[in-house]
Write a protein that binds this ligand. Structure first.
Ligand SMILES: Nc1ncnc2c1ncn2[C@@H]1O[C@H](COP(=O)(O)OP(=O)(O)O)[C@@H](O)[C@H]1O
Ligand SMILES: [Mg+2]
Length: 240
């Protein structure tokens, strides 16, 4: 059974169709990259799966159960967690407060402190700076904080929207190292939006290439780097 499956998923904003009848299937433990130019519908796809953006039609299933129509909180309780584009951390709060946001309603305080321990073990810099203001962190540390916050709900499936955005290549490398280590240790299934096909190729995984609200091509990330199809998809070739 697929960890995640979407069937004919569409998202509209008023008259604009941002996602057009997209179907996909992701296996448990898999790492899937989604690439494509700005406006391709990558964030809309992730948002629809996470219950943050309403789907105009289509169906989403996780572990064979229907997710469509559930609130983001209900989706999170089932083990799906999203790291949003632009990180959305609270600069005025401390690192630890950022991690605790969203755990307030939970009764299982022991599990919460266990989850905090998992995050601090994965990102020792966050433990070191737990009392510091999140706004004082570097971009890479803020990305780690955003990932850490998503980990606090003990997810099995994590959607990560453009973790590389605005980070130096070396820092991007570190973020991916941590993500891959976490994936291995926690048996996570990862869906990552990544603009750089070269980076996706280096990290490795499956690649879905989007444009105009659709998946235009799919294959191993390593096979896409420097590929003509990729260039055409970005610059409007004849792949449609
Ligand atoms: N909240 C919104 N309201 C109206 N249009 C939106 C909204 N979010 C995204 N769009 C539009 O939907 C299309 C797809 O956007 P998005 O999913 O953010 O693409 P990507 O993440 O690939 O850059 C774009 O044309 C974008 O301008
Ligand atoms: Mg986006």
């Amino acid at each position: 059974m697929a960890k995640l499956a979407a069937y004919d998923l569409s998202v509209r904003y008023g008259k604009l169709t941002a996602l057009r009848d997209v179907s996909l299937s992701v296996t448990e433990g898999e790492r899937v990259f989604i690439s494509g130019p700005n406006g391709a519908g990558k964030s809309s796809l992730l948002g629809a799966v996470a219950g943050l953006v309403p789907a105009a039609h289509g169906r989403i299933e996780m572990d064979g159960d229907i997710l469509s129509g559930l609130s983001p909180e209900a989706v999170a309780r089932r083990g799906l967690s999203m790291v949003p584009e632009g990180r959305r951390i609270f600069s005025a709060l401390s690192v630890e407060e950022n991690l605790m946001v969203g755990t307030g309603l939970r009764r299982d305080r022991i599990a919460v402190s266990d989850d905090l321990e998992i995050v601090f073990n994965a990102f020792p810099i966050l433990r070191e700076r737990r009392a510091a203001g999140a706004g004082a962190l570097s971009g890479g540390q803020q990305q780690m904080l955003a990932i850490g916050r998503a980990l606090m709900t003990n997810p099995k499936l994590m959607l990560v929207d453009e973790p590389s955005l605005g980070l130096a290549p070396k820092v991007v490398g570190e973020v991916y190292e941590r993500l891959c280590a976490l994936q291995e240790q926690r048996g996570l299934t990862l869906i990552i939006v990544e603009q750089s096909a070269a980076r996706a190729a280096r990290v490795g995984g499956r690649m879905l290439l989007m444009r105009g609200g659709q998946i235009m091509a799919e294959g191993q990330a390593a096979d896409f780097a420097g590929n003509d199809l990729l260039r055409d998809t970005y610059f409007g070739g004849k792949t449609a």
